[in-house]
Design a protein around this ligand. Sequence first.
Ligand SMILES: [Zn+2]
Length: 95
Amino acid sequence: MSVDADRDLSAELASPESGLQGFPVDAICTGCQRVHVKQVRPEDVDAEIGVDPVTLDAEGLTSFKHVCHRCGTATWWNPTAVLTGLIEAKRSAEE
Ligand SMILES: [Zn+2]
């Protein structure tokens, strides 16, 4: 059903490559088409600061600049999904 079945999104989120601040989105590198979980702040994707990220729709988010380890530089990434499951898992872990 899911094309992501062979990916471990939590592991991707935990890796330094995802970034340190913000909420998790699935994103695609415009340079090499690599797909990876990235953390973005609302202001990075033109969302309202302080918004609850689970209410956001990836289609309404803008592309954001983030390092791509395959490209070896900072590139533009397009958000393809807001990973609400990971956001909620993180929240319950912090409670
Ligand atoms: Zn890339």
